[in-house]
Structure formats: C-alpha cells, structure tokens
Design a binder for this molecule. Structure first.
Ligand SMILES: Cc1cc2nc3c(=O)[nH]c(=O)nc-3n(C[C@H](O)[C@H](O)[C@H](O)COP(=O)(O)O)c2cc1C
Length: 221
C-alpha cells in the first residue's frame, strides 16, 4: 500500500473484530510516526498505548461510569461554542451519516446515546492509544499532534489495521489521567482505538463525505 492508497483507504472504523493486536507492532508504528514534522522539531506529543489487561481494566471502569452516566468537566472545547456554518452543518451531516448507517433515527435520542457510549468501550478494539501534551503547549503544538495522529493512522492502514480517533475522551480527563498516571502538567487530547475492522458491522459502511474543494481551496497565480 503506497501513501496515496493509504490516504484513500483510511476511514474512522467503529466496529472491530475480537482479534488481538500485536502491541510491539503498535509501538513500532508510533515510533516511526514520530518522523512527523513539528514546528521547531519540538515534538510536543506524549503517547500512552493501552492493551491487554490494562485495556480490560479501563473498559471495566468505563462501563461503570457510562452506566451511571458519570461525566467530568472537559479541559478543552472539542468544538468551539456556537460552531459556525458551514462547519456545524458538516458536523450535523456526519452524525446523520453514521446513525443512518445504523438505522437509528434522529428522534431516538436514547438509542443514539447508548450507541455513543460505545466510544468508551473503544468500539470493541483490543488496543488504543492516548495523546497528551504539556499544558504549556498552544495551538501550533496541538496541530503538530494532528500530524502525528494522521501519520499513525496511515501506518496502521499499511499494517492492515484500522483505527478511530476519539476526542470524546475529553469528557473523562480525570479518569483517563489517573488511569494513565499522567503528570499534573499534562493535558489529555485524544484517544485512538486500534484493531482489525469488522466489515460486517453496518457502522463501517458509513462513508462521510468531504466539502468540495472550491469551498476551502484557493489557488493564487
Ligand atoms: C481528532 C479527532 C477526534 C475525533 N473524535 C471522534 C470521537 O470521539 N468519536 C468518533 O466516533 N469519531 C471521532 N472522530 C472521527 C471523525 O468523526 C471522522 O474523522 C470524520 O467524521 C471523517 O470521517 P473519516 O475519518 O471516516 O474519514 C474524530 C476525528 C479526529 C480527527
């Protein structure tokens, strides 16, 4: 799989097979992904991989929290308050695409909430990672984290694995922070579920569209 093929193939996968992932392979992929560019070569990211017994433990903790509808105060806005158009429209559309693939109508808030809580079981993935930054970091360094995340996701595709990035973990900064023993100066950014795609899961048939390039691309000269 070349780079163009990996870019075209990659999707956020939300249903995984119960098939173990070699944690040494993930360590290797994350290490190689750190070739991603970062402003000033600061390499602002920190990565925690969770697998095996630790993963089972975290899933257990989260099953209890989601059953009790416990939530925490997020430490950053996943989306800016009052997200403008056309951005809010795109966000709405992807929700419709996903829940459409699952056959859950908009009015069925309960079924949507139950399905959303699958995020916190990593959609059945056996492995995940979390990316955090020193709290000193600002927008440019968070953007560098995006370059790392994208590189990891593409290398996973090359290795026959799939993934789903998950900022929903921003709802549980304390739980994840204490589980991973993140130092106080660290802020959790995102999770990434990793595993082998369950192609029979209808959610994986969703194909989120992209805005036409003329909405956001300008060429000068
Ligand atoms: C940083 C980041 C965080 C995301 N957080 C979530 C999440 O919490 N839950 C989820 O189901 N999808 C999440 N997504 C996936 C997006 O919804 C997805 O990338 C987008 O709809 C485009 O679909 P695609 O990745 O399949 O191309 C996230 C994506 C990114 C890049």
């Amino acid at each position: 799989m070349n780079v163009s093929e990996a870019v075209a193939y990659r999707r956020s996968v939300r249903g995984f097979l119960d098939k173990p992932v070699d944690v040494a392979l993930i360590q290797d992929i994350v290490t190689r992904a750190a070739r991603a560019a970062s402003g000033g070569n600061v390499q602002p990211w920190h990565v925690d991989i969770v697998s095996g017994e630790s993963m089972a433990k975290l899933k257990g903790i989260m099953a209890e929290k989601t059953a009790n509808r416990e939530m925490e105060k997020p430490e950053y806005h996943v989306y800016p308050p009052g997200l403008k158009q056309p951005y809010e429209g795109r966000r709405f559309e992807v929700g419709e695409t996903l829940y459409g693939a699952l056959g859950i109508p908009r009015e069925d808030k309960k079924a949507r909430a139950i399905w959303f809580s699958r995020n916190f079981q990593f959609f059945g993935a056996p492995t995940a990672l979390f990316i955090s930054f020193d709290r000193q970091m600002e927008h440019p360094q968070w953007a560098d984290g995006g370059a790392l995340l994208a590189t990891i996701m593409l290398l996973l595709c090359e290795a026959g694995l799939d993934s789903c990035p998950q900022e929903c973990w921003a709802i549980y900064p304390k739980t994840v922070g204490s589980f991973l023993k993140l130092p106080e100066e660290r802020i959790l950014w995102t999770g990434l579920s990793i595993g082998y795609k369950d192609s029979s899961d209808p959610v994986n048939s969703a194909m989120p569209s992209r805005a036409p390039a003329d909405e956001w691309l300008v060429t000068h000269g």
